[in-house]
Design a protein around this ligand. Structure first.
Ligand code: DX5
Ligand code: ZN
Length: 217
């Protein structure tokens, strides 16, 4: 199980230190939630922030675009240092071209689905992408409660991955803590995004280790 703390839950006054802290604490990736105030009812940060923190971090930058017209901004995020770019199936009519644009830059491509979007929406693209992100909360805000009825989607995708001989990673995002990470791992998830449960923990290092350990039992 890979653990990807979401920087959205960090103290932005100390973003550089917070990033170093999770890197030292053993995070596998850092998850970067990009929100535009249109696709989701919240605004977070953009490529200039990635560009700044890229200089001090060797972590894999896992960029989650919650924005309309994602294709338009791919280049900005690639130049700023993204390693994986995931966009929402609901955000564009141009899924194939958007995947192609990401892959043409050498960066890994992911597709994300909101809670109301059936998981078979991503099946036609499974051979062209590297990752599927299953939202386990409504996108837009950290600190929400894990939606247990999303576990079925993880199971269905894991099954489809097997029969289609694909090796995509399955990422779950929203409301992840020790209990929900375990449920997601059993269902077939490979990557857990965790904001609140890491950054608000008394000991983030312990929180990261605990998340990983619980998924290996
Ligand atoms: C929600 C974001 C998530 C979120 C995770 O729109 O995609 O990455 O910040 O935060 P927690 O772990 O607090 O639910
Ligand atoms: Zn996210």
């Amino acid at each position: 199980m890979k653990i990807a703390p979401s920087i959205l839950a960090c103290n932005f006054l100390n973003i550089g230190k917070e990033l170093k802290m999770i890197e030292k604490a053993g995070a596998d990736w850092v998850h970067l939630d990009i929100m535009d105030g249109h696709f989701v009812p919240n605004i977070s940060f953009g490529a200039p922030i990635l560009n700044a923190i890229r200089k001090i971090s060797a972590l894999t930058f896992d960029v989650h675009l919650m924005i309309e017209d994602p294709k338009r901004y791919i280049e900005d995020f690639v130049v700023a240092g993204a390693n994986i770019i995931t966009f929402h199936t609901e955000a564009t009519n141009d899924i194939v071209e958007t995947i192609k644009t990401i892959k043409s830059t050498g960066v890994k491509a992911g597709l994300a689905v909101k809670p109301d979007t059936p998981i078979d929406t991503v099946f036609p693209y499974i051979q062209d992408i590297d990752l599927v992100l299953i939202m386990t909360v409504e996108p837009g805000f950290g600190g929400q409660k894990f939606m247990h009825n999303m576990v079925k989607k993880v199971e269905l995708l894991a099954k489809y991955r097997k029969i289609s001989s694909s090796n995509i990673l399955i990422e779950v995002d929203g409301g992840i803590n020790k209990d929900t990470a375990k449920v997601a791992a059993i269902a077939g998830a490979d990557v857990c995004v965790a904001g609140t449960s890491v950054f608000q923990a008394n000991d983030p290092k312990e929180a990261i280790n605990a998340l990983r350990a619980i998924c290996e039992i």
